[in-house]
Write a new protein. Structure first.
Length: 94
């Protein structure tokens, strides 16, 4: 089974698709930190691929409890964090 890093690396080697692309990192996990530690690794990988990674990021902990049935976030603070990331991404990409 391929992991995310291998998939990203294969795409880069084949197509150089990530160089200069603006990207953001949002992570979730069932634990309370929401994938915070994984974000640092993902940021390093994306930077090594030549991506322009924005500084804003968001984590959503306890992901199995974080979403409503319609897939919206229950917690307004989480919604604000994600909105902030998307807004910063759009501003950088414009």
């Amino acid at each position: 089974m391929k992991n995310l890093k291998n998939i990203i690396n294969e795409q880069f080697i084949r197509y150089h698709t990530y160089k200069g692309k603006v990207c953001a990192i949002v992570s979730t996990s069932p634990g309370p930190l929401g994938g915070m530690r994984a974000q640092n690794h993902m940021r390093d990988i994306l930077l090594n691929l030549g991506c322009d990674v924005i500084g804003a990021s968001a984590t959503i902990g306890k992901c199995f409890e974080a979403f409503n049935d319609d897939n919206t976030l229950k917690d307004e603070n989480n919604s604000k964090k994600v909105y902030n990331v998307v807004n910063n991404l759009c501003l950088r990409a414009a």
